[in-house]
Design a binder for this molecule. Structure first.
Ligand SMILES: Cc1cc2nc3c(=O)[nH]c(=O)nc-3n(C[C@H](O)[C@H](O)[C@H](O)COP(=O)(O)OP(=O)(O)OC[C@H]3O[C@@H](n4cnc5c(N)ncnc54)[C@H](O)[C@@H]3O)c2cc1C
Length: 414
């Protein structure tokens, strides 16, 4: 690839909503060279595969399908003077900052004053979920299904089972409907759908049984799935005849680059450890979008990308406070799954992330306590379910605080 420069002011990894929004913002703030790299043949990120509504309301005040929304993001970025290079995979993050790349023209490097990581999320595979049985064809993630259906026009099965009830699982139902695929059941191990009410009505309206309190034990079949074994809460097992399994949700940040780099990874979110400006443990690197936490909407990721782009422009102008000292915020106990950002630097500068984002591991009811050195600094009531958005203002941490801050939940007695 000849027109890919050796150096840019900012290089962004990932041309999804977060990366493209940040790139557009950086150009609008006068940053001369902004390069976005993506390993896919086309820019736009996940929405390219999601040929359904609703996208674009927050960003463009239009109700768009995913591909139209992705095209809109790409056009806006290009019109702002962003250079987008596709079929470029970033293989290593180096100090400097600099990136090792594989391109259609071979292996090379690019350096930058700042790098922004926006590599999104991926669904947990069947193997990682320890689902038993054989490994026939017809077991796919929602993302893979959408690629097959919307990009390649394929119908991998006719009557699959959908595993999971996150928002993305309902996106899988819409994809099936588009291709005339008729799921025979939607299976959820918990006693309620993970996505908010009224999503649970959607399969019922379509006549698809929603099987709560049901665990997938094994997948059967040789070349193609022929059936699955499930167990319900009363311990009874049964077989369901089906020709496919859509293993949906259980997202993890796409953090392979982080794990082989010098940057700190946050154990709770599985993504980059950042401060309130989106700045990583090496201040030449920033991160935004779903890489920070699984998983938010496109509009949220876009807004976050734009805000982190703004903070990067400030950083390039020498207007961000030093990254140290910082208050290091960590969840303790087993109720809280993650908190983002993890580091708060004392500063009057507007944060890119003005609120903490939290998630819980299970249904939790009680009081959320923020403490330092054993003293409670703040407390508030919490009544939350897994995978639901919880936010709190950064001001729950007293101004000027540094050192470890503990966030814990004191649960109400059962
Ligand atoms: C099936 C599904 C349906 C959804 N439906 C909706 C919906 O209806 N409405 C909504 O608002 N949201 C929806 N979402 C969520 C939304 O798509 C995401 O929130 C949004 O795309 C996140 O943006 P992002 O920029 O963080 O990451 P992504 O869109 O995931 O983009 C990340 C990009 O990084 C690239 N990349 C990763 N690693 C590398 C590397 N090493 N080198 C180069 N490039 C790399 C990837 O190719 C990708 O293009 C859906 C998500 C899924 C999975």
């Amino acid at each position: 690839m000849t027109d890919l420069p050796l150096h840019a002011d900012v290089v962004i990894v990932g041309a999804g909503p977060a990366g493209l929004a940040a790139a557009t913002e950086l150009r609008a703030r006068g940053i001369a060279s902004v390069v976005v790299l993506d390993r896919e043949p086309q820019a736009g990120g996940i929405p390219r595969h999601c040929n359904h509504f609703p996208y674009g309301l927050r960003e463009f005040r239009q109700l768009l399908r995913g591909p139209a929304y992705a095209a809109h993001l790409v056009e806006t970025a290009k019109a702002a003077g962003v250079q987008i290079h596709t079929e470029v995979t970033v293989t290593r993050l180096l100090e400097g900052p600099a990136l090792q790349l594989t391109t259609p023209g071979g292996i090379r490097e690019i350096s930058a004053r700042h790098v922004l990581l926006c590599t999104g999320v991926r669904e947990t595979s069947r193997a990682a979920r320890l689902i038993g049985g054989v490994k026939p064809g017809g077991v796919v993630s929602t993302g893979a299904l959408q690629g097959m259906v919307y990009l390649d026009g394929l119908r991998p099965f006719r009557c699959p089972v959908v595993l999971g009830t996150e928002l993305v699982s309902f996106s899988a139902l819409m994809t099936c409907r588009h291709m005339g695929i008729r799921p025979v059941a939607m299976i959820e191990p918990a006693g309620r759908t993970t996505a908010r009410w009224p999503t649970g009505l959607f399969p019922r309206i379509q006549g698809i049984p929603l099987m709560l309190n049901t665990e997938l034990l094994a997948i059967e079949g040789r070349d193609q799935v022929t059936g699955i074994m499930v167990r319900s809460a009363d311990g009874k097992t049964r077989r369901i005849e089906t020709d496919g399994v859509i293993v949906s949700g259980h997202f993890r940040p796409e953090a392979s680059l982080l794990r082989t780099s010098h940057l700190r990874v946050d154990q709770g979110s599985g993504g980059a450890e950042i401060d309130q400006f989106g700045r990583c443990s090496d201040p030449g690197y920033f991160a935004a979008g779903n890489l920070l936490r699984p998983v938010e909407t496109a509009g949220w990721s876009w807004k976050e990308g734009r805000a982190v782009g703004r903070a990067m422009a400030r950083s390039l102008a020498g207007q961000l406070p030093p990254p140290e000292p910082a208050a290091v915020v960590k969840p303790s106990g087993d109720a809280l799954k993650l908190i983002v950002p993890q580091r708060i630097v004392p500063s009057d500068t507007d944060p890119a992330l003005p609120r903490f984002q939290l998630r819980v591991n299970r249904a939790v009811k009680g009081r959320l306590l923020v403490s330092a050195k054993g003293a409670v600094l703040f407390s508030t009531a919490i009544n939350a379910l897994p995978e639901r958005r919880i936010t709190l203002p950064l001001t729950i941490i007293p101004a000027g605080a540094s050192g470890p801050i503990d966030i814990n939940v004191k649960e109400d007695p059962a």
